[in-house]
Design a binder for this molecule. Structure first.
Ligand SMILES: C=C(OP(=O)(O)O)C(=O)O
Ligand SMILES: [Mg+2]
Length: 575
């Protein structure tokens, strides 16, 4: 029976493939006494052998599809499996205690984890705790006869069904086989959704029940344009969605023609459409989609893709590569924005009740200055290779901006004194994503060279609605008049000081928001690369005087998010 699951449209496009459930199986067991220790040890040995074989296969596949570096994590797992101390301790436990292998494995593993975690002066050894947990899970699954999901082993076209996907899960998906994904959790601006857009994988998030409603291998259609997932589609559904996929491909081909065209409005005002990227590898997608700049390089992804804090040289290479790839077009690198839903396994953060309101982004950088200074030096050195701008995330106060900028100036002066060449025209701006900062935008505009409005966070903080929580997604209202007022205030404050204002939140690529932003005079629009040509095409149809009237009307008359949507649709003939 065909079933339609409604979620939040997170990444454009239509995909059809069988479901792959990326769901952790139940690994619970009970303690049992045994009499035949040899038989139990043999059972353990079989499970260890099966785990080794499986890991070898995963490692080889990962090396081929994702690269040698990504595959190395599995080497660490195999080393633990081959370590006589670990497996030997389980064997000894079985013999001495006469209890089942599951129980002894669990106890031995807990001891090893505790031992590694106690090595607080050695972060490398501390990380081994996570490896022990992973290996234990694998052996346990074989002992219990259940299958662990192994996304690295996927070699058929699939639609991934998961409860949630972390940014690092998403980074490991192989585009060749993963045609789409549907998750229970998440919102349009959660990082899994942002990653899906950069990988150009159609995606639906926040479906609430995908993992319970979809069974492995069932056929699923993902309509990333509407947020509908069709489970077990009928022939008629398949025909309908194949047609929709074809229409979408034709539409994309039409937009493609604008790739080398400048972004201009109907009345000839030049605007900038830029790409958001997470790693230098994404520069290719940016240029393929005709980006006129990189408006946001989320540098934290460099930190998230590493197993320890990336060195100054590693970062230098990454920034240099992005700058060179953009060939003289501006690249705005945002300094590390860790915290919230972005974690580093090697940088312990405090347990917090409200991580999005906690220790994150510039707050960490100003507190742990060595990390910040290393990043700034790498950026300064890379500035010789293109047009670099930098910005600070999560600035709430004038003091934070001044402090961060002073550290930047200090590192710059030190490098110059040491004879290192550094570009002299690096703009230093800030994200506008905290309502308090928006309210004092006039003060901040005196110090910042530009503002980049981060609507993803600005909306969640203004509406007090978690950007990744599907239960309050109805409150996550980008066009709410409250948000439009804040945006107008930010843009006007920048312009009053002769500075530019951009937006790098997802709203910058939203076809309802863009007409209003054009009317409000926003200068730069930075978005998932795949949205650029759609937005460029829309802008060519907009007249700035008419859009200003539309924005004025929206600010004066609209009471709700829906009022604004209706006004924009009427004024721009969108359906
Ligand atoms: C662009 C933004 O930053 P991030 O999505 O990385 O929090 C934002 O908050 O709008
Ligand atoms: Mg943000």
């Amino acid at each position: 029976m065909t079933k339609v699951l409604k979620g939040i449209a997170a990444s454009d496009g239509i995909a059809r493939a069988k479901a792959y459930l990326l769901v952790q199986p139940d690994l619970s067991f009970s303690k049992k006494s045994i009499t035949d220790a040899d038989a139990e040890t043999a059972r353990l040995k079989d499970a260890v052998d099966a785990s080794t074989k499986e890991l070898q296969m995963i490692r080889d596949t990962a090396a081929k599809s994702l690269g040698e570096e990504e595959a190395q994590v599995f080497d660490a797992h195999m080393m633990i499996l081959a370590d006589p101390e670990f497996v030997g301790a389980v064997e000894t436990g079985i013999k001495n205690d006469k209890v089942n292998a599951e129980q002894v494995l669990h106890d031995v593993s807990a001891n090893f984890v505790a031992m590694f975690e106690a090595m607080t002066d050695n972060p490398y050894m501390q990380e081994r705790a996570a490896d022990v947990r992973d290996v234990t899970k694998r052996i346990m699954s074989h002992l219990l006869g259940v299958t662990l999901p192994n996304p690295a082993l996927i070699h058929d076209e699939v639609v991934i069904i998961a409860h949630d996907l972390t940014p690092s899960d998403t980074a490991q998906l192989n585009r060749k086989y993963v045609k789409g994904f549907v998750t229970d959790l998440g919102g349009r601006t959660s990082h899994s959704a942002i990653m899906a857009r950069s990988l150009e994988i159609p995606a639906i998030v926040g479906s609430e029940t995908a993992t319970t409603d979809v069974a492995a291998d069932q056929m699923v259609i993902v309509d990333g344009l509407t947020g509908d997932a069709i489970i077990d589609p009928s022939d008629a559904d398949v025909a309908k969605y194949d047609k929709a996929a074809q229409d979408f491909a034709e539409q994309k081909a039409e937009w493609e023609k604008l790739k080398n065209e400048q972004t201009v409005t109907k009345d000839g005002k030049a605007l900038i459409t830029a790409a958001n990227i997470g790693t230098p590898d994404d520069v290719q997608g940016a240029t393929d989609n005709g980006a006129e700049a990189v408006g946001l390089f989320r540098s934290e992804f460099l930190y998230m893709n590493a197993s320890e804090l990336p060195s100054e040289d590693d970062q230098f290479e990454a920034y240099k590569s992005a700058l060179e790839g953009m060939n003289g077009k501006q690249v705005v690198v945002r300094t590390m924005d860790i915290g919230g839903d972005k974690h580093l396994p090697y940088l312990p953060l405090p347990e917090e009740m409200n991580p999005f309101l906690g220790y994150r982004a510039i707050r960490i950088s100003l507190d742990q200055q060595e990390i910040f200074r290393t990043q700034l030096r790498a950026l300064l050195r890379a500035s010789n290779y293109g047009k670099l701008a930098i910005m600070f995330p999560m600035i709430a106060t004038v003091k934070e901006f001044k402090d961060a900028r002073a550290i930047f100036d200090d590192e710059k002066a030190k490098l110059v004194a040491a004879g290192t060449s550094v570009a002299d025209d690096i703009e230093v701006g800030m994200m506008m994503e905290i309502p308090a900062a928006a309210m004092i935008a006039d003060k901040l505009a005196k110090y910042a060279d530009f503002f980049s409005i981060g609507t993803n966070d600005l909306i969640q903080y203004s509406m007090a609605a978690d950007r990744g929580n599907e239960h309050v997604s109805y409150l996550y209202q980008p066009y709410n008049p409250s948000i439009l007022r804040l945006i107008k205030q930010i843009i006007d404050a920048a312009h009053a000081e002769g500075k530019w204002a951009g937006m790098c939140g997802e709203a910058a690529g939203d076809t309802i928001m863009v007409p209003v932003l054009v009317g409000l005079g926003l200068d730069e629009y930075s978005m998932s690369a795949t949205s650029i040509l759609k937005v460029r095409s829309l802008m060519r149809k907009l007249d700035t005087t008419e859009m200003k009237q539309l924005a004025d009307r929206a600010l004066a008359d609209a009471e709700t998010n829906d009022d604004v949507i209706a006004m924009v649709k009427a004024a721009t003939q969108q359906d």
